[in-house]
Write a protein that binds this ligand. Structure first.
Ligand SMILES: Cc1ncc(COP(=O)(O)O)c(C=O)c1O
Length: 510
């Protein structure tokens, strides 16, 4: 007679001892990997076909396999075939080095698996998420009473901000009618031409239409031209459209430029327009004692998108929208389907599915909450300040290097390019060649695996871009950058014009 209370023979079940043994092996493996990381390639430099060939041959397995080799062999393969944003010489894109406490938190979250949509299922996890949101607001210096909701990242957090704006500023019931009331009046959004691509996606997804966005030009420093903004808002209002929201950027994705947020906030107040700040990258820099006034102006916003998986060093994913009037979250997303009949009950607990766009929700807050507790405001201020100082150091070194041209420095982003000595000051006639040369140079750097930078296009010029969002990067790593870039640049230049500027050269010189 089989024992009906014996553990079920389920294919995915794992004996507790086996779980412990495999878990220890996993942590040992990752510990060694992290220790070795600075000596490893920063990116694999392999072609897609080569990487694809590493996958198991054949179709979906019919039978299972032993989990220990499966897990450890896969881990070994992954560590040779990823680019590592935790590598000290990873300076590409705004995707940050993950904090160890966050790595461990995410593992624990997967084991505990709370579904943070319903308070009753996740009492302490929900409360931790709510406290994390309050702490993030406090970190940025937002007014008391600010609320918010966590999401998968900066794009999602900005989308939530725009949905709040639409709910609040559309003169009709958007939850019933959508983005138009059929009268021909259009909801309008204003943002600088340097705004991240999330806005185009949002305008498309939420039925505003991409043409609803007024792209406002920037001044020479890459920040929004407020005079142009004022004209655009006034013109639309005069034409009968509805100026719904202005998006100010606190740290642009290309160059780290900060829009003049105090002036934008003032205009929004006067015109009764929602003021949203995309602080996905730069908002945490407001904690610095010398934070520029333009950045501090994010405190006037109706909503701010912040991205803990960037400058707060949470492992991916973790985004958050902070909102001055938290009641708007429920007014925008609230729903009460019959199958969630548990109610809010008792002492004002909150079901987070009703304050954001997600239903089942990962417990993303834990890694952010633990990191905030581990290092506090002061620890973050020091890490962020150090990143900014390293970016300045790189900028100054590029400016002083005979074959590098420093272009911009914004928060912790530097742009620069390689210019062969014989082409320095050669004028517009060599620009097309320098663009081509720097594109090739970037590809060469990524393939070589010694340094990972990315690119920006500023005023039509292709530039290399280093983003220091990396608490593992040292002064020595930064000091190595000019030499690595100049060496690879000279190699590319020799390959592209073997005869220099001699008779074989195809480089037009004005
Ligand atoms: C300014 C800005 N906004 C939004 C985003 C999108 O954030 P995520 O990739 O976390 O969705 C980024 C990403 O780099 C960004 O730099």
């Amino acid at each position: 007679m089989p024992d009906p209370s014996a553990p079920r023979d389920a294919a995915l079940a794992m004996d507790p001892d086996e779980f412990r043994e495999l878990g220890h092996a996993l942590v040992d493996h990752l510990g060694a990997f992290l220790e070795d990381l600075p000596r490893r390639r920063v990116a694999p430099g392999k072609a897609p076909a080569e990487v694809r060939s590493l996958l198991p041959a054949g179709g979906l397995p019919e039978e299972g396999a032993d989990p220990a080799p499966l897990l450890l062999e896969t881990l070994a393969l992954l560590q040779d075939n990823l680019a590592f944003n935790g590598h000290p010489r990873f300076l590409a894109y705004i995707t940050a080095s993950p904090a160890p406490i966050g790595m461990l938190a995410d593992f624990a979250v997967s084991a505990l698996n709370p579904n943070c949509g319903l308070w009753q299922l996740t009492p302490l996890a929900t409360e931790i998420e709510l406290q994390t949101v309050r702490w993030l607001a406090d970190f940025l210096g937002l007014p008391p009473g600010t609320g918010g909701v966590m999401s998968s990242g900066g794009q999602a957090a900005n989308h939530v901000g725009l949905l709040l704006a639409r709910r609040d500023k559309a003169p009709w019931d958007v939850r019933a009618l959508g983005s138009t009331d059929g009268s021909g009046r259009r909801l309008r959004v204003y943002a600088s031409t340097e705004t991240h691509g999330w806005l185009n996606a949002a305008a498309d997804l939420f039925g505003l239409g991409k043409e609803a966005v007024r792209w406002i030009p920037t001044t020479a420093d890459g920040a929004m031209d407020v005079a142009a903004l004022e004209r655009a808002v006034a013109d639309d209002a005069a034409a009968g459209d509805v100026p719904m929201a202005v998006v100010g950027t606190a740290g642009s994705v290309g160059t780290g430029a900060v829009d003049p947020l105090p002036a934008i906030g003032e205009l929004c107040r006067q015109r009764n327009v929602w003021f949203h700040v995309d602080g996905a990258y730069g908002a945490p820099a407001v904690v610095l004692p010398d934070a520029p006034a333009d950045l501090v102006g994010l405190r006037d916003a109706d909503s701010v998108a912040v991205d803990p998986h960037k400058w707060l060093y949470a492992p991916i994913d973790a985004g958050c929208t902070l909102v001055r009037d938290p009641a708007l979250l429920g007014a925008t997303f609230g729903a009460r389907p019959d199958y969630y009949a548990m109610g809010d009950g008792g002492d004002a607990p909150l079901n987070l599915y009703g304050v954001g766009p997600e239903n089942s929700r990962r417990f993303r807050a834990l890694k952010v909450w633990l990191a905030l507790r581990q290092v506090g405001r002061r620890g973050y201020a020091r890490m962020i300040g150090d990143d900014v100082a390293l970016a300045r150091r790189l900028h100054d070194q590029a400016a002083a290097h005979p074959e590098l041209e420093a272009r911009t420095l914004g928060l912790s982003i530097v742009t620069f390019r390689y210019v062969p000595a014989d082409l320095a000051g050669a004028g517009a006639g060599v620009e097309a060649y320098l663009d081509r040369l720097n594109r090739e140079l970037l590809a060469r750097l990524v393939a070589a695996g010694e340094l990972f930078v990315s690119n920006a296009v500023v005023a039509g010029t292709f530039l290399l871009r280093a983003c220091v969002v990396n608490f593992r990067t040292t002064e020595a790593d930064i000091d190595a950058v000019p030499g690595i870039v100049a060496r690879a640049g000279a190699e590319c230049d020799r390959a592209l014009r073997p005869g220099g500027l001699g008779p074989d050269s195809d480089v037009p010189v004005a």
